[in-house]
Design a protein around this ligand. Structure first.
Ligand SMILES: [Zn+2]
Length: 120
């Protein structure tokens, strides 16, 4: 499962993961895939892209940190950036308003440097 996401390297829906796994095991059921994705996600080995309803393999080895994800709206590339400063700032804001954070999902949409160069 993780192998499928790592091999694709781009945002992949649960359905696409299922389709790919079915090439090796035609009997695999959707709940199996959803459960496995949830486990991988909770361990930080993959990230769920809320805005695209898809998943991507974690690109770094610091799985416990919440990344800031840059999503290119042109080519769909997703890059992962660690920014402890951003997370600290968000935690501070939340703390001041008495809001208990359980998880961060930070997704920024825009144009990747590759696509930006193509346009220019
Ligand atoms: Zn792009």
């Amino acid at each position: 499962m993780l192998g499928v996401l790592r091999a694709r390297g781009t945002a992949t829906s649960a359905y696409q993961v299922l389709e790919e796994l079915r090439q090796y095991n035609p009997k695999i059921a959707p709940p199996t895939v959803y459960r496995a994705l949830a486990v991988l996600s909770s361990k930080g080995l993959i990230h769920r892209l809320e805005s695209k309803n898809a998943f991507i393999a974690c690109q770094c080895d610091r799985h416990q940190q919440s990344p800031v994800l840059f999503i290119c709206d042109d080519c769909g590339a997703v890059s992962e950036n660690l920014s402890p400063k951003v997370l600290t700032a968000l935690s501070d804001v939340a703390g001041q308003s008495g809001f208990a954070l359980s998880r961060h999902v930070i997704e920024l949409h825009g144009t990747c440097s590759y696509c930006a160069t193509e346009i220019a």
